[in-house]
Write a protein that binds this ligand. Sequence first.
Ligand SMILES: Cc1cc2nc3c(=O)[nH]c(=O)nc-3n(C[C@H](O)[C@H](O)[C@H](O)COP(=O)(O)OP(=O)(O)OC[C@H]3O[C@@H](n4cnc5c(N)ncnc54)[C@H](O)[C@@H]3O)c2cc1C
Ligand code: FES
Ligand code: FES
Length: 1297
Amino acid sequence: MTQPQGKEITPVGSRVSQISFLINGVSHSISVEDFGPSVSLAKYIREVALLTGTKVSCNEGGCGACIVTVQKSTNDKPRSLNSCLTPVLLCEGWSITTIEGLGDKTNGYHPIQSKLAAEGGSQCGYCSPGMVMQMHSWIQEHPNSTHLELDNILDGNICRCTGYRPILEAFKSFAGNVTDIEELKICKSTGKACPRTGSCGKTSLSLSEGSKLNESFEWYRPTKLSELLDVLKKLTSDTKYRIISGNTGSGVYKNDGPFTIFIDVNKVSELHESSLGVEVVLGANIKITDAINLLTTADNEVCQGIAKHFNKIAGNGIRNQGSLAGNLMMKNSHMDFPSDVFLALETAGAMVEIVSSDGQLTVLTVEEFFALDMVQKVMVRIKIPLGAKSAPKKSLNKLWAHAGPINSKASQEWKFRSYKIMPRSSNAHAYVNAGFLALIDTGDNFRIIAKPRIIFGGINPGFVHAKATEEFLIGRNMNNHDMFMEALSILGEELTPDDEPVLATSLYRKQLAMGLFYKFYLYVLGNTASSAVQSGASDLDRGLSESVQSWETDESQWPVSQPVEKTEAKVQCSGEAQYVNDIPSSTGEVHAAFVLSQRGNCDIDSVKTDAALAMPGVIAYVDANDIPGVNDWKPLPIPEPVFSSGRIEYAGQAIGLIVAESRELAIEAAKRVEITYANLGEVVTDMEKAMEQTENVTALGAPVAYGDVSGAMASADSVISGRFKTGSQYHFYMETHVSIVTPTEDGFDVEVPTQDINNTSIAVANVMNTSVNSINVSVKRLGGGFGGKVFLQNSCATAAAVAAHKLNRPVRIWLSLEDNMKMLGKRNPYLFEYKIGFDKNRKIVAVQSDFYCDGGWNFNGCDSPYAIFFGQNCYHIPNLSFSAFGVKTHTQAHTAMRGPGMCNAHAMLENMMEQAAAELDINPLELRLNNLMEQGSPVIPPPNILDVPCPIKEIVDQIKASSAYDQRIEAASAFNEANKWKKRGISLVPMRYWHDMEGWGVKFHCLISIFADDGTISVTHGGIEMGQGLNTKVHQVVAKELGVDMSLIKIKSTMNVTNPNGITTGGSVGSEMNCAAAINACAILNSNLAPVKEKLGSGATWKDIVAEANRSNIDLCARVMYAPDTDPEVRGYSVWGCTVTEVEVDILTGEMFIVRSDIIEDAGLSTSPQVDIGQVEGAFVMGLGLWTSEQIKFDPVTGELLTKNSWEYKPPAAKDIPQDFRVTLWKNSRNPLGILSSKATGEPALLMAVSVFFAIKDAISHSRREAGLNGWWKLDAPATVEMIHQHSGVNPEQFVF
Ligand SMILES: Cc1cc2nc3c(=O)[nH]c(=O)nc-3n(C[C@H](O)[C@H](O)[C@H](O)COP(=O)(O)OP(=O)(O)OC[C@H]3O[C@@H](n4cnc5c(N)ncnc54)[C@H](O)[C@@H]3O)c2cc1C
Ligand code: FES
Ligand code: FES
């Protein structure tokens, strides 16, 4: 141990009491005392600066909704940062730009905002400010970005609506020099970009008294290492302190702490000094982005490799803010953390320098550091030896620990490779990560000169080096296959992955690690390995995203069928659009957080609230005893309690509410409520296991059947039977559930993002034992719904109402992502048991299937009775029988999610076709085309028949031609022939989506008011705008019907007072039905105005006409209720479509990317083509999440949801979408049965995403055949990276050179 060189330790008072920074040019100066360390920048921006354009969704760094641009000092480049993880106390000296700083309706929009809006890149809009700010930040530092660079910048931003394609297109349009788009005005007084906030003075703000968390803490900001050590020295050994660098670690480990001392090390210069010379010196706290930038400048395999690996960490915003030391320290405190920084640096043989508070310097390998007690110590710097040929020998000998002799011959090369295998393309932790470094003499049979470095993460918490394998390899020749097999078996022996239910299986992780070892060999052997296996060496190469969209428009109908920008797009992209949680706090408002059960299938024994209630600022505990009415928030057959009355059905069930002065306090206090449980029963979360007990399975209605199924099966030439399982899916609406309930003179005002104001009003009225007209609900928009806000929002609305009633104060509940995921239901998982019979001509003679639907703890949300209608798809099935069942498990009651049951049933039949094709040895497409339905074919429900021609053959022919299907099948086959370890698969999947509005009680209202003074028009309808473009379509229709410009019309909130008794907006019915209601309302107005128009003649303007009408006391307000059941013109219809998808799979890892998807969907004459293309793309991408990366896992003992946050649950990211994405709204198609010749688009494309699943299966089949595994094999959904690998038939015998 030595003293840190040249560092003098002098006591300095680095404790701070005041923090100053700029937001959009406005100076903010805050007292540290007022703002505890738990107040994030996002909270400050939203609740103190009242700039609610910045959104918060996950609050854990996983979604990018909260991104702002930050310039930390004049020398720094502005960069993106996730404001949800940044304590506001960290912002000293920063200049922060929020979405409001870019543009708005008053000052004009920024080109990025306008472009995103114009390209259809904003649907619900909740992600849009974060997207804009990510782009804005990026171009500050990289004004000359290429298309490919811009294609990569959204690696930390989630959009659940659009499918990313239009966002990427919008941003890529700024490739090249973008200086001219920075048209921000220069402020005369500051000489800097005008913040456009309208006020550029100084401001001194404090958190409202009630919002304080009553934290007792000290905040230090040393500027020198000596000051930092001084602070540490003052601490006693049991002081709970935290060094704060980026604070992003709190996004992964939320429960570290509590801490009383915080030390911001961002201004400590020694921790940020980096250089590149004979070795790489990285200041311990440099940001990951800075480390990448520095390392990429080195012409060195190791540095380039580390930089590439670091680029796979998190997303842009986190890499900009997270530091190397922070990451390594997370590994130090949490051994199981699959740190990529640790992995890459330990592979490179990096050394870390640690200084203790007494100034002692310790130099350690990264692995040694892993086990070091870091109390009162600081990591100062990291040194990476340069192993390149150019590096002087001396430094290598000294610095490359354990490297042994260095390269003395020209043929000696350092070979570095690292891998990170993760469940989706970006922002995900590794299943397994691995790093390899070896000095190889390529001229001597690839002899490994000295001990190589072989590191694996994700195996078990203590595992770092494959030590025995490293020892064994010294001096061996890598091109000796026998030796490789011996090494592999030694490696296999030492890899003992642990079993953790939330992780991938230990078997997969072990096999994956062994496959990566082989990959490294292939990389080193290069073209000396046989050409077929060389494909194993490289990573998948997805390339630049591209796309084509095509549709038809009819100019005579404009603005109907015109591709107009979404009505609210600009205000969404500028952050001006208001969502429920953006509503400012009202006087006396308090916050509430749920107390949730931690296990299922038991009773509550006791609830102890003392500790929680003792916290200053905590106001009350609310539970079932406080409910004045019925304890049931779901107006469905089985009551679902607002708060448990003693029985706990599932882990995550609400037991009570803690009400406090701030949300953070309420959440913290809720954790302190102690629950004990009694009568613990076995918890079963797996539906197959639940089905072993017959009492868990219930038939839901009579079978839907026609023909003689058993007779047809008995006489069939061949009968194929099988089982197929599909998984659950979380909606991942970016706006988590929230509700604000305010007691008023006539009842309660309820602000809630609901897809159904009617059922929410009724639920709240029942719980409050009051009348429905005492509940006032109005909805402007939802930040995504997807079925998850049909019922689930009632849980918050009713609970908040109970608390508001008890306290007589406004109460706000805003669910954290974790509570949202743990507490509320998701898509129903399914299991199908099926049989399909064929005659000798390969014609289907009968289909029989049992649809088992996991409903969770009750059957309220089981959608198997609806799924049945989609299980036939587009096939002629002469005899059919489908039976719907519900299965009970100890999980949340599941609920509808986009394409509920429909996507599962459609996939089931397509799976049958795939199986039948395999077993009958016939091409799947041929089998499909041989069995298409025709006009007159029976369709469910009997006795219906298809009363229009089936256009699938025509669509298939078209898509085969436009996608070059035959040529690509040939090309894929040649590719597969040539490449053993990469396989391509192609699928073609047709679709018929039965869309029926009759008999479901569908009912919507529309009220249109014309203002005579200026001729402007306000519209309110019964539908809910949640991103699907419903308002835009109504807007277009009203303009067309009244013959006015769209600029005269505004669409207003939906209110229960103007829209009583309406139905849910969902199931793709909302847009059409509200347009129908609007057409009828316009007809009334047109009829009212007709005499005036006639009187004034054709030269009269709209303004003249309405002014005259008003003078004549003509009613300029019209309201209609529209119910398709009463409209003989409207009948159900089929939406037809077809998709061709090609994927490429890395067989050694299970990773895949979608090479291309071509979709043709029949949208009739689309009312709004840009909106409908967005619906198709968004639904498809949501579907591909269902079939690939989205997996729900529960704790096998308690039933708690394990995949409960953005760290563990992975919806598709921007690079998971098809690299080449082509969508066509089928041309020359007019729907005689729909509204204005259109068809529904919200859900059908979700069904077609199963083409990704079948393409993956096709690719895997190629690999299996090479492994000698022929014939049909079963794959359940989702086809995760793990599942792909596990079914590919890989075994070490195939690891040839
Ligand atoms: C959404 C998300 C995704 C992520 N994905 C990945 C991933 O894929 N792979 C991966 O490896 N990581 C991942 N991370 C982790 C991320 O890299 C770390 O959060 C980040 O590097 C931590 O740096 P920080 O500066 O924010 O540390 P902080 O959060 O500020 O600090 C973390 C810890 O380090 C300590 N510390 C900081 N500096 C020092 C120092 N100089 N000396 C002693 N102690 C110190 C702190 O006291 C604290 O205990 C992810 C994180 C998030 C939020
Ligand atoms: S809210 Fe900050 S990343 Fe999700
Ligand atoms: S528009 Fe992106 S989440 Fe809704």
